[in-house]
Design a protein around this ligand. Structure first.
Ligand code: HMH
Length: 220
């Protein structure tokens, strides 16, 4: 089983919120095969916009990696950034298949709110430990959510497998684990105030992720 760390403690302390974020009705509908493709298209439209902003956030995390940390630490973040480049190409290709015109999409309120929060985290006021915790949590929600759609007995529709495998793969799971290790290492020597801030950021991300999934299912 997992050893104790700040990140695992926070996941346990926010178990209900974490479950709400990773087992949302949108995800449940993919898993049980009842999803309406219109909802899926809504999600994809909004997520492309989010990912474009997310690239900037990840770049800001890379800039904050302390110079005296091992080179591998910066390389983990750099790997995330390069993966986002292929993710953007994937979005374009997938959008084409679903007949989505990405450049015509208007970001909805919850998406704008999330992107505003990312911008806050990008600033120099947010120190590296808080920023890397945020990066980990953002990726964890997608990994845990989409992994559940690949579990035995899930009825994920064939056309959605490309999406589900992108974030639900073992490879991505391992990547998220390496982010968690970076986060816990960064939290080792921070002040109580910074720890509190990092925990609050985790909670806020879970709330924003729930609202993000809501956009796919609530809009008509
Ligand atoms: C809203 N959260 C959202 N979109 C994403 N693509 C991820 C997390 C993971 O990359």
């Amino acid at each position: 089983s997992e050893s104790r760390s700040f990140t695992t403690d926070w996941l346990h302390q926010n178990h209900e919120l974490y479950t709400a974020a990773t087992n949302h009705t949108f995800i449940a509908s993919i898993r049980d095969g009842t999803i309406d493709v219109i909802n899926f298209k809504h999600w994809m439209e909004q997520d492309y916009h989010f990912v474009r902003e997310f690239v900037r956030f990840v770049a800001s995390v890379l800039l904050k990696v302390p110079r005296d940390s091992p080179e591998q630490d910066a390389d983990v973040i750099l790997g995330g950034l390069t993966a986002l480049e292929s993710e953007i190409s994937w979005f374009r290709k997938e959008a084409n298949f679903w007949q989505i015109f990405l450049e015509k999409v208007t970001p909805l309120e919850s998406n704008k709110e999330y992107c505003e929060f990312l911008k806050e985290l990008e600033g120099t006021e947010t120190p590296y430990p808080v920023a890397v915790v945020a990066f980990w949590m953002i990726e964890l929600v997608y990994n845990a959510s989409f992994m559940s759609c690949l579990e035995e007995g899930s009825k994920t529709p064939f056309e959605l497998l490309s999406t589900v495998k992108r974030w639900g793969s073992l490879e991505f799971h391992q990547y998220v684990h390496s982010l968690q290790q970076l986060a816990d290492k960064a939290l080792e020597n921070v002040s109580e105030a910074e720890l509190k801030k990092a925990h609050e950021v985790c909670v806020r991300i879970l709330e924003l992720e729930i609202k993000f999934w809501d956009m796919a299912t609530i809009q008509t």
